[in-house]
Design a protein around this ligand. Structure first.
Ligand SMILES: C=C(O[C@@H]1C=C(C(=O)O)C=C[C@H]1O)C(=O)O
Ligand SMILES: [Mg+2]
Length: 467
């Protein structure tokens, strides 16, 4: 249980109401407490009744950070295309600068943070599939549980207007207490799959074959094509169960869930886009794939095959060159190994090159997201031409699949991943997404098999492996 010092929150709210009156604009109060340990997934579950559709979950591969957000204190969103990264940056600054922040711990990811992302391509015609998500969507939660460096913090964010009064304090203190004292375990019901439908696999293979022809003759060097798997289950899917399974089965990935208006985008991505920690910037080149082996020997053999395969090495090198160049625009130093290593997850292994850069305290995380997205791991090369090609030939509405998703705190620290190995959950239905890098010597059938492997993490977490 927690011992809560409510005085700061009370005084903060009092001050914020006065400030809101003076400025004629709503003012944020953000208060951080250190609390006893609480299971992140239990906290996520605790918000199910009051905040369904307004929750998020995040974990990084090193288990160093867990974030759970409940409720929406403010949204930053736009369906505009041009300048969307800059727009979010500006809104976020304005919002936090005016706020009253009580945070004596100074840990990253405590206090006000925003969580969300940018759709893959705002110029692609939007379908009903993603109607619950704006093209650019960030949530600032009412309650945030942060587990970082094995310490647990609770941030309470409150927006005060000039019309509020101090009865707000009592309501929030009570709500917070009931969330923290929630003891019900998540209800891990098995999901029963009723229907599994691959969306036009033959047409997809045909589009890969046609793209290969283009790559052989034109200026385009690489483009990533993705496809969709549609699943229908017997009952409404439990997001808690999916996240629980992903945590268990994909411990070396980023695990995320992002609810919006009743739908939930969830996944286990191994791919960091960019992380900012003070002046240090980290990115990841991940491209080139092969299956895992059933035995250690076979697994090692497959890994060695991947490390020396020309087609996969070229697919990877496009990503390395582009990320290096983007990082060099912002950093004074950029370091990366000469050759890729292997990154092994439960279902798949990839070629992997980590990139480390030294920026300055003022280099902005969203500026880097803007420069990097989409890398040739999800878009292609040259960037603009590849995105146009995908827009033209891909049947899928990617929405947030393959897009930058992550968090940023009020000091500008944060992390964005590329949201792959993911799916959109809509009641008892789910759409899963998987793509692969097509280069001049790609073969449609093997690219198709590669996407089948990439569906597995989500299929397994959903309980849809056997059909
Ligand atoms: C596009 C996806 O994955 C990307 C494509 C890869 C490839 O083609 O080898 C490897 C890793 C990812 O960057 C996906 O998982 O959907
Ligand atoms: Mg590939």
């Amino acid at each position: 249980m927690v011992t809560i010092q409510d005085t700061e929150l009370k005084e903060g709210i009092h001050e914020a109401i006065q400030k809101a009156h003076k400025l004629s604009t709503p003012v944020l109060v953000s208060e951080v407490q250190k609390i006893h340990q609480m299971e992140p997934l239990s906290f996520f579950r605790a918000g199910k009744e009051s905040f369904f559709g307004e929750r998020f979950f995040w974990k990084d591969p090193s288990d160093n950070i867990f974030l759970v957000g409940l409720g929406i204190c403010k949204q930053i969103q736009t369906d505009q295309d041009s300048g969307r990264f800059f727009h979010v940056e500006k809104e976020w600054k304005r919002f936090t600068e005016n706020g009253l922040i009580f945070n004596k711990y100074k840990e990253a990811a405590t206090g006000p943070i925003m969580f969300g992302g940018f759709s893959f391509d705002p110029q692609k015609t939007k379908t009903d599939l993603w109607s619950k998500y704006s093209d650019t969507l960030f949530h600032i939660p009412k309650y945030l549980l942060t587990v970082i460096n094995n310490e647990t913090y609770l941030t309470t964010n409150v927006i005060c207007t000039q019309h509020d009064n101090e009865s707000l304090v009592e309501r929030i203190v009570n709500e917070r207490l009931s969330l923290l004292s929630f003891i019900g375990k998540p209800n891990f019901s098995e999901n029963t799959l009723e229907k599994k439908l691959e969306i036009n696999p033959e047409e997809w293979k045909q589009s890969v074959t046609e793209l290969v022809q283009d790559l052989k003759t034109g200026s385009l060097k690489k483009a990533v094509l993705a496809r969709e798997l549609r699943l229908v289950f017997k009952d409404t899917l439990s997001i808690e169960t999916i996240v629980f399974n992903l945590l268990k089965e994909q411990p070396r990935s980023f695990i995320f869930a992002f609810e919006s208006n009743g739908d939930c985008f969830v996944g286990a991505s191994p791919e960091r886009l960019v992380k900012k920690e003070g002046e240090d910037l980290f990115s990841t080149c991940l491209a080139g794939s092969i299956a895992r082996g059933d035995t250690d020997n076979l697994d090692e053999e497959l890994g060695n095959q991947l490390l020396t395969d020309e087609k996969n090495l070229s697919e990877h090198q496009f990503v390395v060159d582009m990320i290096k160049e983007a990082m060099e625009q912002v950093c004074t130093e950029v370091h990366l190994p000469e050759r890729p290593a292997l990154m092994k997850m439960r279902d798949i292994q990839h070629l992997y090159t980590p990139v480390i850069g030294k920026g300055s305290k003022s280099s902005s995380l969203l500026q880097l997201v803007n420069l990097l997205h989409p890398t040739p791991a999800l878009g292609g090369l040259p960037k603009k031409e590849a995105v146009e090609k995908i827009r033209e030939v891909e049947e899928l509405d990617r929405g947030f699949y393959a897009s930058p998703l992550g968090w940023m705190d009020y000091e500008g620290n944060g992390e964005f991943i590329v949201a792959i190995r993911s799916g959109l959950i809509q009641g008892r239905e789910a759409s899963l997404f998987a793509g692969c890098g097509v280069v001049a010597d790609s073969n449609a059938e093997s690219e198709y098999q590669e996407t089948n492997i990439k569906f597995r993490p989500m299929l397994s977490a959903l309980g849809g492996m056997d059909k």
